[in-house]
Design a protein. Structure first.
Length: 280
């Protein structure tokens, strides 16, 4: 993998939707519930600005007691959802893995004394293949998926992101996928609308603050207004911490927001849109 000197890719946190929502007739609310999010994901090149040489993705659906790095050269599919139409279990995303990138990630984690292990069997979960089918539908960019650590400590995941930051100068796009609001028991209620608006406003201020304040705010996210009402368990928020850690001193901006199933959700990018093509 190589990139032009000085060309740094942004790091991005995206909402991945609800199950295979983009590939079925949605019946749990208006038929167009996910249309704006799908449009955003299809226009993802506008956020990044160029074609990455490879992608490192952190999914809110992948946790390990230590950091796990998928190392298969041809990752399978992991259909980690249930109760959806049969055809949604026939989706395919045959993107290649990258043992080379997996080794590079491991080297960076070694340098920071962060425990990790390779997982050569695990496949792409729906936090990856569902949005990526819209973002990179040709499945021709190598993708390595990395787990959260199951203690879900925000300071650790910010540190994890800082450790991975050099990849951004090596043609690797770092993406976190989750949801900025994720209270499954309250979607579609008036309470979810109120809580998500309050938390989304706070989260946007945190992500667009200067880097020192951003770090402090995200470390203490659970003290934010409506924080636990928005994330009873924070696995869908923690990929944002990794992305924000990888941002370094780069500014953050909100690149998407919408209301889905009665809740406000947003996406954030850190760093400038790339302007020079990157070649594998």
């Amino acid at each position: 993998m190589s990139s032009s000197a000085g060309d740094r890719l942004p790091a991005v946190f995206i909402p991945h939707g609800g199950g295979p929502c983009f590939f079925m007739d949605w019946t749990m609310g208006p038929a167009d519930t996910w249309d704006k999010m799908a449009e955003f994901l299809r226009s993802f090149d506008d956020v990044v600005g160029t074609r990455p040489a490879a992608i490192l993705v952190i999914s809110g659906h992948h946790e390990g007691d230590t950091v796990e790095i998928m190392s298969s050269p041809a990752p399978p599919m992991l259909f980690d959802y249930g109760g959806f139409p049969p055809h949604t279990y026939e989706l395919t995303y045959p993107a290649p893995g990258s043992p080379e990138l997996a080794e590079r990630v491991a080297d960076l984690l070694d340098d920071s004394a962060i425990a990790h292990r390779f997982d050569p069997q695990r496949g792409f979960d729906h936090g990856v293949f569902v949005p990526f089918l819209l973002m990179y539908p040709h499945a021709d960019i190598p993708v390595v998926q990395m787990s959260l650590q199951s203690d879900l400590d925000p300071e650790f995941h910010l540190r994890l992101g800082r450790t991975l930051a050099p990849l951004r100068d090596e043609g690797v796009l770092i993406i976190g996928t989750g949801m900025s609001y994720h209270n499954m028991g309250r979607f579609g209620t008036e309470q979810s609308r109120r809580d998500s608006v309050v938390f989304d406003e706070w989260l946007t201020r945190a992500c667009t603050a200067d880097p020192a304040q951003r770090h402090q705010s995200l470390t203490q996210w659970a003290d934010a207004p409506a924080a636990r009402a928005s994330h009873p368990r924070e696995e869908h928020l923690l990929p944002l911490m990794v992305v924000a850690g990888a941002a370094g001193n780069d500014a953050g901006r909100r690149v998407f927001t919408d209301e889905v199933m009665g809740a406000h959700v947003s996406a954030y990018a850190f760093g400038e849109r790339a302007s020079v093509n990157i070649e594998a």
